[in-house]
Design a protein around this ligand. Structure first.
Ligand SMILES: *[C@@H]1O[C@H](CO)[C@@H](O)[C@H](O)[C@H]1NC(C)=O
Length: 289
């Protein structure tokens, strides 16, 4: 059973039954991935053919909805792609390198999938003995919809006046082709360093480190980090700076020392007075006799 698609002189055979040659072909598609509605998602996917390296020109990668192999969400020939996916999907990976990563843009809240990767090997008219007819129907991805992005996270140590201070803002996402922009609210002289890395397959982290030397004027200031995601959705994290003073404590120590000193002197005087007074009493008692 099969559907034949005629295109130029090459015939692509799409197998509807699935006698998968699992010994030869291996594919791995991430099973679950979060996707932010309105943004994009990149689904990691790879496959390998251990026997020989096949000519890229004969390979055709496609992605379809799991309910029907004909419900294509990505295909080279976009006219065969379902209308609501047309222009929104792109194969990012190079098939020749065994990379079948898929990008879906402008995510809609019903784009859940599951979506499956499949590879076809083109056969020339004369080459009828090809056995490489394969499907990776079992390798499908389900998108978990996020209506709103998660808030970024802030990490920092307590700021101390006059000492270098840095605060890091982390935002996670699954759209590495259009990474989020991280913005700080502070307009003062600062240094910002950004980093983008894959935490685990398909799951990325964008971070921004804000560094400056806090002054007394920064005390009680609010610092915010805003993550602007592809598709314009935003999320924010906030913190308030409580700047620890590092000036010398003379303004406290001196008055306290003076007070203690005064108390000591005054106490000493009192003691002497009392002593004198009691002596005077004794003397007067003696003189009365
Ligand atoms: C596959 O391609 C994507 C997009 O170009 C890339 O980010 C990823 O690192 C590639 N994967 C591998 C295993 O090379």
């Amino acid at each position: 059973m099969g559907t034949l698609i005629m295109k130029k002189n090459i015939t692509y055979l799409i197998i509807l039954s699935t006698p998968v040659c699992s010994e030869e072909w291996k594919a791995s598609v991430l099973k679950n991935i979060e996707a932010l509605v309105g943004s994009c998602v990149v689904v990691p996917c790879s496959f390998s053919h251990p026997k020989e390296s096949l000519p890229t020109s004969r390979m055709r990668g496609l992605w379809h909805h799991s309910r029907d192999m004909k419900h294509l969400i990505y295909y080279e020939d976009s006219t065969m792609v379902m209308e609501n996916f047309r222009g929104r999907t792109r194969l990012l990976g190079e098939l020749g390198k065994g990379n079948c990563s898929l990008e879906i843009k402008e995510i809609k809240d019903h784009d859940n999938g599951p979506f499956c990767f499949r590879i076809e090997l083109a056969r020339t008219g004369t080459d009828t003995g090809t056995k490489d007819k394969f499907s990776f129907k079992e390798d499908c991805v389900t998108l978990q919809m996020l209506t709103n992005p998660k808030d970024p996270e802030l990490t920092y140590k307590d700021p101390v006046e006059g000492h270098p201070f840095s605060i890091t803002c982390f935002a996670t996402h699954t759209c590495p082709t259009f990474r989020p922009k991280l913005k700080w609210n502070t307009g003062t002289e600062v240094q910002i360093t950004e980093r983008h890395r894959e935490l685990h397959p398909g799951f990325w982290e964008m971070s921004s480190v804000l560094s400056f030397v806090p002054t007394v004027n920064d005390d009680h200031k609010e610092v915010t980090c805003t993550a602007q995601f592809n598709g314009e959705k935003m999320s924010t994290a906030k913190m308030t700076l409580y700047v620890k003073r590092m000036e010398n404590y003379n303004h406290i120590i001196i008055p306290v020392a003076v007070a203690i000193g005064l108390v000591a002197i005054f106490g000493g005087l009192c003691f002497l007075m009392m002593k004198k007074y009691s002596m005077f009493n004794r003397l007067s008692r003696l003189s009365r006799r």
